[in-house]
Design a protein around this ligand. Structure first.
Ligand code: SF4
Length: 395
């Protein structure tokens, strides 16, 4: 687990930072640009002049002039190329971007019009538009060669056209970046909004939309919102009509696992234009923990349904991936579909994994697996990983 936020060990007395978002630089990665840059000082290093903020690991080495923050121990990994945000006084620090990570995902809001049974980040109603402003600042600071960026929520489409503007900014300033946005898809039921999305005109942009049933009752129950299935499917169809790239996400839990084959059949028959389908293991955070009795299921218990769903999709040539699963709990035939999908900052391994021959290929666990995990985790002997899989699932 890598911390992404913390309280400064110390900060300049009475200071008022003139901006929230800062690109970190140091003496090895110094650009002529000073604006929006926070200089990370090494111990005893003389502070170069002109930066709006200095970062130190130890308050004893804070500069005599200028605003400064002494990073808490868990954020001392912050390095040149990373982007942080800080509260006006410098007391609270968040890491928005880690230059060395392939898993940078930017939270745009905690508000959402769904209330999913297993939501890992339960919605909050408070105004958090500043997250959108910070995201725009982040995009302005990132190098143009940035390979990818993800946006998540809450529900990012609640911003309407302001989200579209952010995505345009991304296309213009980060032309090489793959852009992935998570959305519940309902807003796209409005064809005008789907057209607006398409007007961003970014072939590297994809939206990931969850579908939890092959009919309204199950999907609406899982997301706790009447009419959601109809809107979401309409939204997916609208996006398809305007030629957008779509990923469908199915989180597998006690309610959805029995319906996996029907959901797969529904997608293959009715939404064959989607680019990919991700069948996802549960993250035991937020509502998933609160609703553990209704959502927890041991992955071993849904292998037949998962196998059938993958088989159905693969035979119809729908690109299919299994996210967030441990290989020792997956049927051997499903291994080729498994993706190491858990973001590095919340990815961990079990004590059992130390001696496992599949560890390099296995995605491991969410940090939150400490709250609930299958009792069948077992190290896989080398003889098993080396044996070729008996593939009967089309791929
Ligand atoms: S023992 Fe650990 S590394 Fe090995 S397959 Fe299971 S979860 Fe993955």
């Amino acid at each position: 687990m890598i911390s992404l936020r913390g309280r400064a060990s110390d900060f300049g007395p009475g200071q008022h930072l003139d901006r929230a978002v800062w690109m970190v630089v140091d003496r090895d990665r110094l650009t002529p640009q000073r604006h929006g840059r926070a200089y990370k000082l090494r111990d005893c290093e003389e502070a170069p002049p002109g930066f709006g903020l200095y970062l130190v690991d130890d308050a004893r080495f804070a500069p005599r002039d200028g605003a400064w923050i002494a990073l808490p121990p868990l954020l001392r990994y912050v390095a040149a190329g990373d982007v942080i945000s800080a509260s006006e006084s410098g007391e609270h620090v968040r890491v928005l971007w880690r230059a060395g990570s392939p898993n940078n995902s930017v939270l745009l809001t905690e508000r959402c019009d769904h209330y999913c049974l297993m939501c890992s980040q339960p919605p909050k109603e408070r105004d958090d538009d500043w997250l959108l402003d910070n995201a725009a600042e982040l995009i302005r600071l990132l190098p143009t060669s940035t390979p990818g960026i993800g946006f998540t929520g809450g529900e990012p489409t609640i911003y309407g056209e302001r989200l579209i503007e952010l995505l345009r900014l991304c296309r213009n300033l980060l032309p090489d970046a793959g852009v992935h946005v998570l959305s519940n898809g309902r807003r796209f039921a409005n064809f005008g909004f789907a057209r607006s999305w398409a007007s961003v005109d970014n072939p590297r942009m994809m939206v990931g939309i969850p579908l939890y049933g092959a009919e309204p009752a199950l999907h609406d129950y899982v997301v706790q919102s009447e009419g959601a299935f109809e809107d979401t499917v309409r939204g997916i169809v609208n996006l398809g009509e305007v030629g957008q790239r779509i990923e469908i996400r199915v989180v597998i839990h006690q309610q959805t696992a029995p319906a996996l084959p029907e959901i797969a059949e529904y997608i293959a028959r009715n939404l064959p234009f989607v680019e990919q389908v991700a069948l996802m293991g549960l993250e035991m955070m937020g509502f998933a923990r609160a609703n553990v009795k209704d959502v927890w299921i041991d992955p071993l218990d849904y292998q037949p349904e998962l196998r059938e769903a993958v088989s159905l999709l693969a035979l119809r040539r729908v690109r299919t991936m299994i996210y967030n699963h441990q290989l020792c709990l997956l049927d051997r035939e499903l291994w080729p579909f498994a993706v190491r999908s858990i973001s590095d900052w919340k990815n961990e391994y079990h004590a059992e994994c130390t001696d496992c021959s599949a560890r390099d290929r296995c995605g491991g666990f969410f940090f939150s697996a400490k709250y609930k995990v299958s009792e069948s985790i077992r190290a896989i002997p080398a003889a098993e990983t080396q044996a070729p899989a008996l593939l009967s699932l089309g791929r």
